[in-house]
Design a protein around this ligand. Structure first.
Ligand code: ADP
Length: 161
């Protein structure tokens, strides 16, 4: 049996915090399917296609990682993907509250689907997509916080204005 984990998020953009969760998830699962949320209510920095391209570029050549766009109920997308678990990262108490609510609701919706939490690596504790967007917008250096392809994409995006 192939043990698949579904890792959902908006990944706008993917950061090294996310990459760490995927890589460590691969030590527990045979495959990680990254679920890219199509969220119509938010205006993203990068559109869905660009976010997908960037994630695929980061994991190019790694057959154990796949990106799938989803909308609607996350647990349905996870089950459709053949996942036995949802993978989530935790940075601290701020994440914990929301993640507890989410996982409790998801358990009601899909009792057989477990949520597996990995604590962030110390060096990624402060990293969020939101912070990356804000710092990059103001011309700050995000080298080492995001993968190189994302760093390049941010520079191009904000140079164009
Ligand atoms: P963000 O919260 O940065 O906007 P997402 O909505 O894409 O990111 O989050 C997807 C998942 O990745 C969530 O479980 C979130 O807690 C986790 N995550 C985000 N950033 C980090 C990080 N720096 N370290 C560990 N997990 C993270």
């Amino acid at each position: 049996m192939t043990r698949i984990a579904f890792y959902p998020g908006s990944f706008d953009p993917i950061t090294n915090g996310h990459v760490g969760i995927v890589r460590r998830g691969l030590r527990l699962f045979d495959r990680v399917i990254i679920g890219l949320l199509q969220n119509h209510s938010k205006t993203p920095l990068f559109d869905l296609e660009r976010r997908k391209e960037l994630i695929e570029a980061v994991f190019a050549g790694d057959d154990a990682v796949e990106v799938r766009v989803f909308s609607g109920l996350m647990v349905e997308a996870a089950i459709d993907a053949g996942a036995i678990a949802v993978l989530r990262g935790l940075r601290g108490v701020a994440d914990f509250d929301y993640e507890l609510q989410l996982s409790t609701m998801n358990k009601r919706l899909a009792p057989r689907l477990e949520t597996v939490f990995l604590m962030t690596e110390a060096e990624h504790f402060h990293v969020s997509s939101k912070l990356v967007r804000e710092v990059a917008k103001l011309g700050g250096d995000v080298t080492g916080v995001v993968p190189k392809v994302v760093d390049d994409a941010l520079r191009v995006h904000f140079q164009k204005g």
